[in-house]
Design a protein around this ligand. Structure first.
Ligand code: SF4
Length: 393
């Protein structure tokens, strides 16, 4: 037995138990007992759902998994003794939360829609930034802006002048080339662009030489040396921006990213069950069948935005144990089928990959991910591995 196998974990488990399939039912029982102490009714719902998962409507299944996610989070943190590290990671999620609320409700709804062009033209951005920073009491940053606007909106009348200034600044940052360039690394002042399917990759075309020369925009160019990965993917801020851009369509049963985007169903004859309508196709003729694994995308986005990174990974791994190999740059069938068909879709692969990276960066991160691919209490149909079949292959 190696030294690591004798490491003791909580609930009477050893490190070796995590890799012993016969110990996993005991782990599952420990989880159920852990949740029962807090919410016995939830455990009853889970046990009933496991007895007959097919009896559960998709929406009810989603709700059950989402309700269980924080308990999965707490149990795993206790098991590995990483409560403080997990709290710190959750705190990072919560700290960023004002950005996405202010982006949606103030920047997009109010500043961009209601600021007059003449107000943007009259704005001195440097002076506005300095005035806003002085009002924040800290150097200007997108997060400081979001926090301040959240506070100011609690008393609109008293803060009307500052809110107007913040709105004009936002309209400038979103709507002018200078503003876009200044905030290109952030998320707050970016709004989804309309999709032009014939120009999905933005190009510069120069005809000065008498023939068109096409070059990629700088944002799409990266220096490559050797075979090292040049695209590091998004950070937590970028992932949460996407998870908050998602409108969590599972609540309406319309999560086409997962289940595919279908044509309108034909009216069925009375008493006849109509076959499902065909999947739609993109302008390039690609079938929009959604995620090949039917991963619970909408649900993991919701859990991630609630600051539950382990819970979000547990939701993903119910359907996708290979999440470390999917996501960013591997597969985007989900994005093609996102409900947003006229504007940029939610960048699901970025959110998914960041979710697994966030867990991998925790102490015991690999072991947690690995464990969730074998024991996953959110997997109603198979929370622990099946018994060996005896087959040689
Ligand atoms: S990713 Fe798109 S289709 Fe999927 S739930 Fe979010 S908004 Fe809806």
């Amino acid at each position: 037995m190696s030294e690591s196998s004798s490491i003791r974990l909580a609930f009477g488990f050893s490190f070796a138990d995590l890799y012993d399939n016969s110990a996993l039912p005991r782990l599952d029982a420990a989880f159920l007992a852990f949740v029962r102490e807090i919410d016995a009714a939830l455990v009853e719902r889970l046990e009933a759902a496991r007895r007959d998962p097919s009896a559960l409507a998709p929406k009810a299944e989603s709700e059950l998994l989402i309700a269980l996610a924080p308990h999965v989070e707490d149990f795993i943190a206790r098991l590995f003794g990483i409560e403080s590290e997990l709290q710190a990671l959750a705190a990072q999620h919560h700290e960023l939360a004002p950005l996405y609320t202010v982006k949606r409700l103030f920047v997009q709804r109010r500043a961009v829609n209601k600021t007059r062009p003449e107000d943007i033209a009259a704005l001195d951005p440097a002076a506005a930034e300095a005035r806003l920073a002085a009002a924040f009491g800290v150097p200007f940053s997108e997060l400081a802006y979001a926090r301040a606007v959240t506070e100011w909106q609690k008393d609109e009348a008293a803060n009307a002048a500052l809110l107007d200034l913040a709105a004009h600044y936002a309209a400038w940052a979103v709507g002018t080339p200078q503003g876009k360039a200044k905030h290109k690394a952030g998320v707050l002042f970016k709004t989804p662009t309309k999709l032009d399917f014939m120009r999905l990759v933005p190009l510069h075309t120069d005809t000065a030489a008498g023939y068109p020369q096409h070059t990629l925009e700088d944002a799409h160019l990266r220096h490559r040396e050797g075979f090292a990965l040049t695209d590091q993917g998004t950070d937590l801020n970028g992932a949460l921006d996407q998870a908050n851009y998602c409108i969590w369509c599972h609540e309406q049963g319309k999560d086409s990213c997962s289940k595919g985007l279908r044509e309108k169903a034909a009216k069925a004859e009375p008493g006849v069950v109509a076959p499902p309508a065909a999947f739609k196709k993109t302008v390039f003729g690609v079938t929009m069948a959604g995620c090949p694994l039917e991963e619970k995308i909408s649900e993991f986005h919701m859990v991630k935005t609630r600051g539950q990174p382990l819970g979000a990974l547990a939701v993903i791994t119910v359907d996708n144990a290979m999440v470390a190999a999917t996501g960013h740059r591997i597969c985007n069938d989900c994005m093609k089928s996102c409900i947003y068909q006229k504007q940029e879709p939610v960048n699901i692969p970025q959110a998914e990959t960041r979710t697994v990276k966030d867990v991998l960066e925790l102490p015991w991160g690999f072991e947690i991910y690995s464990l969730l691919t074998r024991w996953n209490p959110l997997n109603l149909r198979r929370p622990v591995p099946r018994a060996a079949s005896g087959s040689a292959c």
